[in-house]
Design a protein around this ligand. Sequence first.
Ligand code: UDP
Length: 366
Amino acid sequence: MRFDTVIIGAGISGCVMAERLATQKDQNVLIIEKRDHIAGNMYDYYNDAGVLIHKYGPHFFRTDKEEIWGYLGAFTDWHMYEHKVKTSVEDKLVPFPINLDTYNMIHDTDLSVPQFQEQLKTYKFTDDPQNAEEAIINQVGEKMYELFFKNYTIKQWGRSPKDLHADTVKRVPVRLDREDRYQLAKYQGLPLHGYTRLFENLIKDQKIKLILKTDYKDIISSIDYDNMIYTGPLDYYFDYKYGRLEYRSLKFEEKTFDCSSYQGAAVINYPNDHDYTRVSEYKKMTGQVHHKTSVHFEYPLEYQEGISDPYYPILNKKNSDIKEMYLADCKKLANVHFLGRLAEYRYYAMDDAVEAALALYKQVWQ
Ligand code: UDP
């Protein structure tokens, strides 16, 4: 059979492209996915106890972009949920990102909002932080850097914050008041019936065919197609000819407890205690009512092909130099489009990944 477009990877980038091309351009599309399921790292499922969990760690959707919210909303209803995180430091559970209450609880003070804002200004020493350590100390000072960020980042990345790009921690803001939501985005929620159902709806058009549990390199030579959208690892496409790009990986230890609630927040971060970085309790995000509850203890580790999954691109000079060499080669391939977190070697929030896919669709096919 002939396909207009072959898509490598059934994650968010691949499935959005498949949906657009099949439903808007009447294309025959083939998706080839290495894993035994669709939905990439957003995959969720009901575990043996009947609790809906996210296989690859907690994913809460948020965006300020009405177009993206509206686009996905055609494939799912939403469970309206605003994510909140607590951090465990010095035997206290305090709001995270750092806000006025966090500051007062840690310092045993009673600062007002203006006093807190004045205090934050005293930490600033540069307009151009050179690494993740400088970026954080510049915002919250030495003490809170040590308490909240230093060891968490060492655990998360296996590297000192000094050796990581300042952008690594850009996603975590400091609140100037008592705001305790993790994100302030206008639209926040989880798909009412789970992410996997959302993906099933995205790719349900008859013109989309799906092959699971298959490495595309094993079958691609026997497939007739015009265009390829590649969402797998960038270096793998080129057989690692310029070397391997490094990723940080994660391992999840799942536990189910015979009680309806396990902890005092959906996610609790542990910067300084334990080998895990955080504990996520899914029912507190999904809103599921169940007499048991399931949690993930999250352990960061180094990525090894075939053993662990590639999660986070590691932002440092060595990797960005290798990435540039691969990207130069990508530009020479007229009918292959590289899209998404793995193929562009960049950390995408989910809404940005959808936006990038819609942008590629418009640029090439509209
Ligand atoms: N971070 C930290 N302490 C925390 C939470 C985050 O030091 O309690 C740092 C850490 O380096 C982490 C980065 O901020 O990798 C981004 O955090 P985020 O919660 O956005 O990470 P994600 O949810 O994507 O794993």
